[in-house]
Design a protein around this ligand. Structure first.
Ligand code: TEU
Length: 566
């Protein structure tokens, strides 16, 4: 492994601490719970962990609303536990990538509380304030509802206006997400310096990098009263984004004596923009999380709660296209995280759960870029399958439901179908460690219901057990470290239009890796492929091979995936 670019050949595991493991019985996962399960990650063979926010927070958005960047929320532990986590990880050769949420703070952050004291407050200009729209009249409206004189028509990512009214000063403040997540004003150099100082403080504590939450939104565009639509689109890659990231790189990353990993989460980013952010000679970030492939099944107007079926050919084309990013910059590879449903439920087939989850994972890992495994996906965990809206906790889901059902009067059954498909809570149910009570996640009452299928799907029955989904993921990690072609090889997409066959060919220095999968629940006759499968050494498979079987040679079983090296 080339230490100066360790993140190119790494596999990263994402921990959402609230749902990972609870050590003290309060029903919420915590940092001690992470420490207790580090050997799970060693057995899996990942290189680094991205830890979703554990900072002090009133939890309006499960920690993506931070009230103190330099403290740990008591529900997760304290700074001493954090220091122990870093030490225990480093002792096992694991690196820690912290979540950095600096597009916005919590409305309980000391900076915002000061800003609220009035237009002359020291921190007033740390946030984004605007007068009511001239000439418009306001009516009283509940929190999160339109008053009628908002500065413009930007819509928050969690439904409703992106502007919240401050009665005391007679101004609105901008919040692209929840009202409890006011956007920071990055035009103010004091804001930027405060962020860099805080990042360096974490680097001094030993962290190895940052995953930067919606970092493409920090530079706001010039806007007028007639602007409308999702604020998240309007604010993507604003005019000074590259200046800000280059400055951050100079003030933080370049001053570190170790090689950090930085990944910018960037909804709506284009391929060209991502190439600029991650360009090797530009010194901004190492890589990006782009969103195009997880939006392919969004419905009309990009409404993800009115999903349409995924066409595999679209996914194949999209991933092949984004692979191009790795020529000059770098891409990250993911199918799921704490904001997406479980990919096995979404795009696989739970009736073929082990096969379809491993087929998807293998095809993801076959692409150029750094793969991310979201907690539980290495076990083939499924969606929550909640029956009633009362079971959901996610601020985005509940905001959408309120708007669609209570305000717009849509049919609850229809809205519920969308929620069940796409809700972020699908992937936030507790990690299933055992078949026992609460899946071994907690001795108390879990904050979000444990999936009853933990009786069948859990770590205990998979770790060290040949043929399990877990051991398949361990093989993916191993192969990443053994085969340079996975990191550095060229890529070719074969049979691009085939609706069920996924075939990717990687090449490097005379070595060819063919990743071939049947992405359907029916057998696939290989005569349908445009060329014969190459003979070679099978280095990865999710079925038990039948020696010299004529049938297996000429067809792929439902959801069979095969990596062949020649
Ligand atoms: O998410 C940003 C984001 O754009 C989406 O993933 C978001 O979940 C929304 O569904 C878009 O449809 C990041 C975090 O990952 C997410 O958990 C936070 O809620 C959000 O930023 C705000 O900090």
């Amino acid at each position: 492994q080339d230490e100066t670019q360790w993140w190119r050949s790494a596999v990263v595991y994402q921990i959402y601490p609230r749902s990972f493991a609870d050590s003290n019985g309060d029903g919420v996962g915590d940092l001690q719970g992470v420490i207790d399960h580090l050997d799970h990650l060693v057995a899996l063979g990942v290189d680094a962990v991205w830890l979703s926010p554990a900072y002090r927070s009133p939890m309006a958005d499960n920690g993506y609303d931070i009230s103190d960047y330099q403290d740990i929320d008591p529900i997760f532990g304290d700074l001493a536990t954090m220091d122990r986590l870093i030490a225990e990880m480093h002792a096992r050769g694991l690196r820690l990538v912290m979540d950095l949420v600096v597009n916005h703070t919590s409305d309980q952050h000391a900076w915002f509380r000061d800003a609220l004291t009035g237009p002359d407050a020291e921190h007033r200009d740390w946030y984004i304030w605007a007068d009511p729209r001239p000439g418009a009249t306001a009516h009283d409206a509940g929190p999160g509802q339109w008053r009628g004189d908002e500065p413009n028509g930007w819509v928050s990512a969690f439904s409703g206006p992106a502007w919240a009214w401050d009665e005391a000063s007679g101004q609105y403040y901008l919040h692209i997400f929840a009202p409890g997540q006011p956007d920071l004003n990055w035009e103010n150099p004091k804001v930027r310096q405060a962020v860099y100082t805080m990042m360096n403080w974490w680097l001094d504590r030993g962290v190895d990098g940052f995953r930067m939450d919606v970092i493409n939104l920090i530079s706001k565009p010039a806007w007028g009263p007639d602007d409308a639509g999702p604020a998240i689109n309007a604010c993507s890659v604003g005019p000074r984004l590259h200046d800000f990231l280059a400055e951050m790189n100079r003030e933080v990353m370049a001053t570190s004596d170790k090689v950090l990993m930085t990944v910018g989460e960037m909804p709506s980013v284009t391929l060209d923009e991502a190439a600029d952010v991650s360009g090797r000679d530009r010194h901004e970030l190492n890589m990006v999380f782009q969103f195009e492939h997880v939006w392919l099944d969004n419905g009309p107007d990009g409404d993800k709660y009115r999903p349409v079926p995924l066409r595999l050919a679209d996914m194949k084309a999209n991933m092949a296209r984004w692979a191009g990013l790795c020529e000059t910059g770098w891409n990250s590879l993911y199918l799921g995280n704490h904001d997406q449903p479980r990919f096995v439920s979404r795009w696989g087939d739970e009736a073929h759960r082990e096969l379809s989850s491993t087929a998807w994972a293998a095809m993801l890992h076959a692409h150029p870029g750094t793969p991310f495994i979201y907690q539980g996906d290495e076990l083939g965990m499924t969606d929550a399958h909640f029956e009633s809206i009362d079971q959901y906790r996610d601020v985005e889901t509940l905001g959408y439901w309120h708007r669609a059902v209570d305000l717009d009067g849509r049919d609850p059954d229809e809205v519920m179908a969308g929620v069940r498909y796409i809700s972020r809570d699908n992937a936030r149910t507790p990690v299933q460690w055992t078949a026992g009570d609460n899946a071994g996640f907690t001795t108390g009452t879990p904050w979000l219901a444990v999936n009853p299928n933990h009786a069948e799907i859990n770590a205990q029955t998979q770790v060290g057990v040949a043929g399990s989904v877990f051991e398949f993921h361990a093989a993916l990690c191993r192969l990443r470290h053994e085969l340079p072609v996975l990191t550095d090889g060229s890529i070719e997409l074969l049979d691009a239009d085939h609706p069920r066959l996924w075939w990717v060919r990687r090449r490097l220095d005379g070595v060819t890796l063919d990743a071939v999968a049947n992405m359907s629940s029916a057998p696939l006759d290989l005569a349908e492929a445009s060329q014969p499968l190459p003979e070679g050494r099978v280095v990865l498979s999710n079925i038990v091979p039948v020696a010299d079987d004529e049938v297996t040679a000429h067809r792929l079983a439902p959801w069979e995936v095969r990596w062949t090296l020649s």
